[in-house]
Structure formats: structure tokens, C-alpha cells
Design a binder for this molecule. Structure first.
Ligand code: AHM
Ligand code: MG
Length: 336
């Protein structure tokens, strides 16, 4: 039987053999993975553990919080605050940054997360997930402030997501391609099941919430119209559509078999650049996609080059198979 490679071994080898990650980062990622196991357990229990339904509160973005949004947020904080690897955390579900309490040692990393992505799917037993991103605290800055978090996605030192679906699966990059691990519930450990994931450059599958079509900008409408025209249209091929409404699930499908994902700016809220959050969703997913050979833009610029102006900044997202993302980006630039 081939040797099973655990997440622990994978990370130790990244540290020892390639010197790619420092020991502190390795331990931090292990703790994040452990927290994801805890969240996976709560998700699997569902109604049996009384974790479904709304919590009766709103987050900083005015979205109604689900009980699992709050539980997942607490699990991630409690698992990570005492380890000594972090200076602070930031979450889609918290108004401002969370400083590691003084009673614990302070580390040099910053952890950002969307604790439970795909909240609208929690109660209907459809795949949801946790998205995370790790940055290094800028050197020389005393203490830690929100300003320290406002770094471009290109500065990430690790990023990943854990999807709670038919299997619990963790996708991770530390800048050496994307590795995928599947949770072996009997052993309680993540086992490496795919390495050096590659997204095909071309695809016949697109993902977008079509109910917003009337609100889209012309370049997005042009792209989707051409896909819908099928083999008789300018693309000369038929396209299929998928929309799970959990970014983790849509991105996981794209990492697995290619495709393009769009959550564009639209006219419903003209003052907002998009719905998805730059620092908790777009940056980590964009780095994973790029590390797998795909591309990610906001329609005009590479997402990883965007300098965030604030913690909860939103952004338009176009990511996935390289040639399709480049096409959508070209349509936007031509429309200027
Ligand atoms: P959430 O983090 O509050 O769950 O919101 C993000 C989710 C993404 O996972 C998904 O791609 C998108 O919102 C779905 O939005 P919509 O319901 O507008 O289709
Ligand atoms: Mg989300």
C-alpha cells in the first residue's frame, strides 16, 4: 500500500526539505486545520447539535448571522489565540481586528478568515467552507493595527480553504503549487490526495448568479451572452453552467475540472465594487487559482495586486481557467 502523507508530514517536508516555510508558519497552519476539523464536526452534526438556523444578530456588513457563522468564528479564534504564532486575526464576522490577548505570547503572523463561507447553504445541507489567508506582520511596526493587515494579496504567505461537503477537503498553498488533503475521519487527520493541482486553460463551464443578469455591466453581459449562444455563436461551442452559491464549492470544482467563476460589480449597489470580500475571499482564492495555473482579476486588474483600503473591502471577482479570465478582462478593458 502506498504511504499516506498526512498534512503534518507535508508541512514538515515543506519546512525541512525545501525550507519553504518557517516552523512557526507550519504550526500555525496545523492549528488552522485542527480548527477546521472542529467546524467540520459541528457541520456534520447539524440539527442534532442545534447549530442550524439564524443567531438573531448581524455582522459589520449588515448580513444576518447564522449560528454556524458565529460558532465557526469562535472555533478559529479559540484554536489560534494561544499558540504564539499570531499577532492578530481578522474575520468577515468581526467588526475590527482581534488582538491576541496579552496573556499569550505574540507571534509575527496575521490570520484572516471567512469562518463559514456559503452561509445561505448551511440550513439546506449543501457544501459550505472556511477560507483563510496568512500575512506577515510588517517588520518594525510596534504593536499591531488594522493598517498592518492592508497588504496586497501578493504578500500572502499561505492561503487555503476547507470545504465541508460529501468529504471534508482542505486545499492549501504556501507558494509551491496547490495541495489537496482529504479528512480521514477514522484517523482524525488530513491525508494528501492531490498535489500540484492544475486548472485547464480552457473550459466550457461558467459560474455566475444569472438572476442578476439585468443588473450587469456590458462586458459581463457580452461574455455570458456569447457562452449562451453555444456552438452557433462566436465561441463555436456549447457551455454548461453551475452555481452552488458557496464560493468554496464553486472554486473547488474549478480546481478539480476547470471553469470560470464571476461575481461582478452590478447596478444593484453601484457604489460597491462587488459583493465578495477582498481579504477573506478574493485574495486567498485568487492565490490558490494562480498557483494552479489559472488567473484572477476584478475585470481589469490582477486581484493579487490590489492594495486594500480597508479591512472589509469588497471587490468584483473573475477567476478560473486562464484563457476565459483573460477574455472577460479583455472585454472590460475594450469597453473603457
Ligand atoms: P457569505 O460569506 O456570507 O456566505 O457570502 C459569500 C457567498 C459566496 O460563497 C458565494 O459565491 C456568494 O456569496 C453567493 O451569492 P448569491 O447568493 O448572491 O448568489
Ligand atoms: Mg464568504
Amino acid at each position: 500500500m502506498p504511504t499516506k502523507i498526512s498534512l503534518t508530514r507535508y508541512l514538515v517536508e515543506q519546512q525541512r526539505v525545501d525550507g519553504r516555510i518557517p516552523g512557526d508558519l507550519r504550526l500555525l497552519l496545523e492549528v488552522v486545520a485542527r480548527a477546521c476539523k472542529g467546524i467540520s464536526h459541528a457541520v456534520t452534526k447539524g440539527a442534532l447539535a442545534g447549530v442550524l438556523g439564524t443567531a438573531g444578530s448581524e455582522n459589520v456588513q449588515g448580513e444576518v448571522q447564522k449560528k454556524l457563522d458565529i460558532i465557526a468564528n469562535e472555533v478559529l479564534i479559540e484554536a489560534n489565540e494561544w499558540g504564539g504564532h499570531l499577532a492578530a486575526m481578522a474575520s468577515e464576522e468581526m467588526d475590527s481586528i482581534y488582538l491576541v490577548p496579552n496573556r499569550y505570547p505574540q507571534g509575527e503572523y496575521l490570520l484572516l478568515f471567512d469562518p463559514l463561507d456559503g452561509s445561505s447553504n448551511i440550513d439546506v445541507n449543501v457544501s459550505i467552507g472556511t477560507i483563510f489567508s496568512v500575512l506577515k506582520k510588517p517588520e518594525g511596526s510596534p504593536g499591531v493595527s488594522e493598517q498592518d493587515f492592508l497588504q496586497a494579496g501578493a504578500k500572502q504567505v499561505a492561503a487555503g480553504y476547507c470545504i465541508y461537503g460529501p468529504q471534508t477537503t482542505l486545499a492549501l498553498t504556501v507558494g509551491d503549487g496547490v495541495a489537496v488533503f482529504t479528512l480521514d475521519a477514522d484517523q482524525g487527520s488530513f491525508v494528501l490526495t492531490q498535489e500540484q493541482v492544475r486548472i485547464p486553460e480552457d473550459t466550457k463551464e461558467f459560474a455566475i448568479n444569472m438572476s442578476n443578469m439585468r443588473h450587469w455591466d456590458a462586458p459581463v453581459k457580452r461574455y455570458v451572452d456569447e457562452c449562451l449562444a453555444g456552438r452557433d455563436g462566436p465561441r463555436g461551442k456549447d457551455f454548461n453552467m453551475r452555481w452552488v452559491a458557496s464560493m468554496v464549492a464553486d472554486v473547488h470544482r474549478i480546481l478539480t475540472r476547470g471553469g470560470i467563476f464571476l461575481y461582478p460589480w452590478d447596478k444593484r449597489e453601484p457604489d460597491k465594487p462587488g459583493k465578495l470580500r477582498l481579504m477573506y475571499e478574493a485574495n486567498p482564492m485568487s492565490w490558490l487559482v494562480e498557483q494552479a495555473g489559472g488567473a484572477a482579476t476584478n475585470g481589469r486588474e490582477r486581484i493579487l495586486d490590489l492594495k486594500p483600503g480597508k479591512l472589509h473591502e469588497r471587490v468584483a471577482v473573475v477567476l478560473g481557467s486562464r484563457n476565459e479570465v483573460e477574455r472577460v478582462t479583455r472585454y472590460h478593458l475594450e469597453a473603457r
